[in-house]
Design a protein around this ligand. Structure first.
Ligand SMILES: Nc1ncnc2c1ncn2[C@@H]1O[C@H](COP(=O)(O)OP(=O)(O)OP(=O)(O)O)[C@@H](O)[C@H]1O
Ligand SMILES: [Mg+2]
Length: 497
């Protein structure tokens, strides 16, 4: 076995009031795909930011190719051959795809930008990423989140780094994009690079990675040099520090009256009229590949977009919601998939971010805010969802990616509504916290609410939902009840015929 190319030796990183990494040591070899796993807030992204010179260490040493190394800034790290694909996108939305890909290394000819070479180089990398359909001059803001993620990956590849780190790259990718990413990762391995791979998806670790390091609460728990003989449950309990028997913990319950009936709804992204019913007490799933029209359908229903035809019957009354606010007033709300860009106020506190929309229910006589109830509500959810934060008043930007997700999710759960539409509710969320979220969803259903979950996670929909509607290419193909919903059946319906 070859020597370690990267050695992390006793690294400690402290933020005010938080020790994000506490004397962490492990090593990774060239030609190895090394997974980094751990709960939300365990310190994975912090470690990557140490490697990229963004986070300063308060103790410990990095060794690269046998040499002690300290980075004072991101440029030095790049020069030493380290490239990171961050959890949150860093592209410039108003620049073109080509400019974003080659930013920092734009081709120049006689003092001017060489547009032809720029386009050619961009086209060849797009091809390699499996995104040959994207035109290099398209503005990045016009791309889907998955495509933007692929551009981010392309940019890192173009830097020709020796160490490449991915921070939850697949959380917004489609099945096809994930397939390309896997191919790219195995090529990087063959080329003898060090690939660090942060993910919450267990199957990716077993399929793509050679070694895995587990963190918990900023500490190194274990490095498995090989995955042979390692089982799923061991890894989970190392991560969460307790046994989790069944992440999904399904709880059967009786269903009540029809809460929402869709009659022949059509509109943007929904090509054939969709009809379905969701009952009180029911957890209804919408499964399909990215782009199948699930979010589009629910945007039509929840007032985010105008339907071209059909009607919604909600709690017995015909409704046509002119806005998201109108839908919320009527008792139906959608927690969007892209929670970060659509929902976060980065400089505001955890409590403000959580209470911002249910706040109108926390008013005292005279319409003044009720800070005590807001704080109590926040503390409730911090406990229920195990949100890792120094306190309710901490700026949300200081939380880890997954913990920010939980806060936004809690904002919607705290709403007084009857039908919760949750678009990819567990994206970026660790196994332990997922269990908490599922049990909250069951609890809402047990209280007579309706829950509609949009998910691309096959295991998730087939395990937590009572019935599952499968969409393909803008059409509702079938509705399958839980006992019939094997992963094979669902996937068979969702894949192009
Ligand atoms: N800039 C910052 N200021 C203060 N605290 C921070 C900052 N960045 C991270 N932290 C804290 O450091 C800890 C580790 O965060 P980190 O982002 O590394 O977690 P993570 O393992 O990547 O989690 P996730 O899976 O949710 O992305 C968390 O408690 C987080 O709140
Ligand atoms: Mg992170």
């Amino acid at each position: 076995m070859s020597e370690a190319y990267l050695r992390v030796d006793g690294i400690t990183v402290e933020f005010p009031g938080v020790r994000a990494l506490d004397g962490v040591s492990f090593a990774a070899r060239a030609g190895e795909v090394h997974a980094l796993m751990g709960e939300n807030g365990a310190g994975k992204s912090t470690l990557l930011k140490v490697l990229s010179g963004v986070n300063r260490v308060t103790g410990g040493q990095l060794w690269i190719d046998g040499e002690p190394t300290v980075f004072d800034n991101a440029r030095e790290a790049l020069r030493r051959g380290i490239s990171i694909i961050y959890q949150e996108l860093t592209l410039s939305p108003n620049l073109s795809v080509a400019e974003n890909l080659l930013l920092g290394q734009l081709p120049v000819k006689r003092g001017f930008l060489d547009r032809r070479r720029l386009r050619e180089r961009a086209m060849s990398i797009l091809e390699e990423l499996g995104e040959g359909d994207i035109h290099p001059s398209t503005k990045v803001r016009e791309l889907s989140i998955g495509q933007q993620q692929m551009i981010e990956i392309g940019r890192a590849l173009l830097r020709d780094a020796r160490i490449i780190a991915f921070d939850e790259p697949t959380s917004s990718l489609s099945v096809q994009e994930i397939r390309h990413l896997k191919r790219i990762v195995s090529r990087l391995r063959e080329e003898g690079r060090v690939v660090l791979y942060v993910t919450h998806r267990m199957e990716e670790v077993f399929e793509m990675c050679d070694a895995v390091t587990v963190f918990r609460d900023g500490r190194h728990i274990h490095t498995h040099e090989t995955l042979h003989g390692l089982d799923h449950d061991t890894l989970v309990s190392e991560m969460v520090g307790r046994e989790i028997e069944d992440v999904y913990g399904y709880r059967p319950r009786p269903h009540g009256d029809v809460l929402m009936r869709l009659e022949a709804i059509e509109g943007r992204g929904v090509k054939a009229p969709v009809s379905l019913e969701v009952h009180r007490g029911e957890v209804f799933g919408l499964f399909g590949l990215v782009g199948a029209g699930r979010s589009e359908l629910m945007r039509l229903v929840c007032g985010a977009e105008r339907a071209a035809g059909g009607q919604v019957l909600f709690d017995g009354a015909t409704c046509r919601f002119g806005s998201v606010q109108a839908a919320i007033r009527a008792g139906i709300a959608m927690c969007p998939e892209d929670r970060k860009s659509q929902g976060i106020f980065p400089v505001a506190s955890v409590s403000d971010n959580l209470n911002i929309s249910c706040r109108r229910f926390f008013r005292r006589w005279g319409g003044f805010r009720d800070p005590q109830r807001e704080t109590a509500n926040t503390e409730d959810y911090i406990r229920q969802l195990r949100i890792k934060t120094p306190g309710p008043k901490t700026p949300i930007a200081n939380l880890s990616g997954g913990n920010q997700q939980k806060v936004i999710l809690a904002r919607w759960l705290a709403e007084k509504i009857d039908l919760f539409v949750m678009d990819e509710p567990t994206r970026g969320i660790d196994v332990g916290a997922r269990r908490d979220i599922y049990s909250l969803l069951y609890e809402l259903a047990e209280r007579g609410k309706g829950v509609l979950v949009i998910s691309s996670d096959l295991a998730e929909v087939s395990s937590i939902c009572d019935r599952i509607g499968v969409m393909r290419d803008g059409e509702l193909i079938d509705i399958v009840s839980r006992d019939q919903a094997t992963p094979e059946r669902l996937l068979g319906l969702a894949l192009p015929a």
